[in-house]
Design a protein around this ligand. Structure first.
Ligand code: SAM
Length: 472
């Protein structure tokens, strides 16, 4: 066996050697997913839970991509590119189950497609068209144009992320949007250090299974000072047998092509395909420096920056964005706005359907803590807020909401009502708990979320009383 030199180990961190000698990167990537479909899923689990991802939820998609006005019932076309074992695909297909919508699954891995197909079969979903192929071949595949392209965890594994995005953009219709997920540069630093160590450590010419075994041996020996070991709480699920197991370990530490992005890199990438960033649906408070900084002088400094710069510095402030999930599209005005008073407000995620409970729990004059997952939101209760919360059902348009509050509290000026709403909207929306939707669209254009959320267990988004706490 050849002794490896320091030069071998010190190549660009993001581009690893193709995992089998003699293979080019696309072949190595395809072979990886044929042998180790990702994420690791057992189709039988579909009988007991539905995996629910925020960015693929149609309320959230509608808010960021279609101003809350999309009616998904007729002719909606969606491509899930690099659909893998089917998480985003299955969730979208479930939401669109009863509608005249078309969902196309595209992936170059036959083994991954088999898992996704079996999951769809277990669920009785028949609204998916299955295509085996590469994003780079989309033009030849002639799949038509789409309203939504879902492509998470894929483009950073292509030889050219830019070319891949352009291929996808060419298939987007005029008003269409994409959900992308790309790795985050700063939070993944310990991963890239570990990848560098493995490039130096692993002998050449061994197969995937042997590599995995050797990596597990090495992880067990990592000294306490090692960054990956220190950060293991963030990666444990990815590599543990109860999580993504061997496919997760290979994906994280041994991938043949793995590129990470910071916020300026995302803007540059979107711009290279003629697209605009429309929003970050997951953890958007981490793209906002003001969510972390209370000091007025420091806030003033951030106020001098434009939005992309604020987002870029917020990423560096927080340092914990390992995945950038974001929407891109051709339009700059796709996001639903409070200024459009035909919109209604809808409580979401673990707050879904809880607007009345929240209104009832409010004692005006008191400070009130809302705890949802790791978010703790302190709210100064007022009569205005109590009335506003009661109207956040996705049905009552904002203009009617303002009118109702004004009728109930004639002393409250319309400006004061709007200002209170804006404040609470900003805080709850950033934490993924409140969205705008065209009033009434929820009843006609979106599926029955109660039915979807009732599936217990797993990663399902049912309301868990242990993580939702309302403390008056
Ligand atoms: C990390 S998995 C992500 C799967 C899924 N999108 C998710 O978020 O769970 C990447 C998937 O992209 C597929 N893939 C990678 N490069 C591709 C390409 N150029 N064209 C089509 N599929 C590709 C792989 O086969 C694999 O199934």
């Amino acid at each position: 066996m050849r002794v490896r030199s320091c030069r071998d180990a010190c190549r660009e961190p993001q581009r690893l050697e193709p995992s089998m000698p003699g293979n080019d990167v696309p072949t190595a990537v395809r072979e990886q997913y044929e042998e180790l479909p990702y994420p690791l899923r057992d189709p039988r689990d579909e009988e007991r839970r539905l995996i629910h991802t925020i960015g693929s939820n149609l309320v959230v998609v509608n808010h960021f991509c279609f101003k809350g006005r999309m009616d998904f019932r007729t002719g909606f076309r969606c491509l899930v590119a690099g659909g893998g074992t089917g998480d985003g695909l299955i969730y979208l297909a479930e939401q669109l189950r009863d509608f005249d919508a078309e969902i196309i699954y595209l992936d170059m891995s036959v083994a991954s497609r088999r898992v996704a197909e079996e999951r769809a079969r277990v669920r009785g979903l028949s609204n998916i068209t299955w295509v085996t192929g590469a994003i780079e071949d989309m033009q030849k595949l002639d799949l038509g144009e789409f309203d939504l392209i879902h492509c998470t965890g894929v483009l950073h594994h292509l030889e050219s992320t830019e070319n891949g995005l352009q291929d996808l953009a060419a298939a987007l219709n005029e008003h269409g949007s994409m959900l992308l997920m790309l790795y985050g540069k700063y939070a993944r630093r310990p991963v890239y250090d570990m990848q560098a160590l493995l490039r130096a450590y692993l002998p050449e010419g061994i197969g995937r299974r042997e590599k995995i075994e050797k990596v597990r041996q090495l992880i067990d020996c990592l000294p306490e000072t090692n960054w990956f070991r220190r950060d293991l709480a963030n990666w444990g699920h990815e590599i543990s047998p109860g999580g993504n197991g061997d496919p997760g370990l290979y994906d994280l530490l041994l991938h043949a092509c793995d590129q990470a992005f910071d916020v300026p890199g995302l803007y540059a990438l979107a711009g290279s395909a003629g697209l605009h960033i429309q929003g970050f649906p997951v953890g958007s408070e981490r793209y906002n420096p003001f969510s972390a900084i209370q000091d007025e002088a420091v806030r003033e400094q951030f106020e001098r920056m434009d939005l992309p710069m604020q987002q870029a510095t917020a990423e560096l402030l927080h340092c914990d964005i390992s995945r950038h999930e974001f929407y891109v599209g051709r339009g700059t005005d796709s996001v639903a706005s409070l200024d459009d008073e035909d919109n209604a407000l809808l409580m979401f995620w673990k707050m879904y359907g809880k607007h009345r409970q929240l209104a009832d729990a409010m004692l005006p004059g008191k400070v009130f803590t809302l705890q949802v997952d790791h978010h703790q939101i302190r709210i100064n209760c007022s009569e205005i807020l109590k009335h506003l919360f009661a109207c956040m059902d996705g049905q009552i348009p904002l203009h009617e909401m303002y009118e109702r509050v004004h009728q109930a509290l004639p002393m409250a000026s319309r400006e004061a009502i709007r200002a209170e709403l804006k404040g609470i909207y900003t805080v709850m929306h950033e934490r993924g708990l409140l969205y705008l939707v065209m009033a009434g669209n929820l009843a006609t254009g979106l599926p029955d979320y109660d039915r979807l959320n009732q599936v217990p267990g797993g990663d399902s988004a049912g309301v868990d009383p242990n993580t939702l706490k309302i403390d008056p």
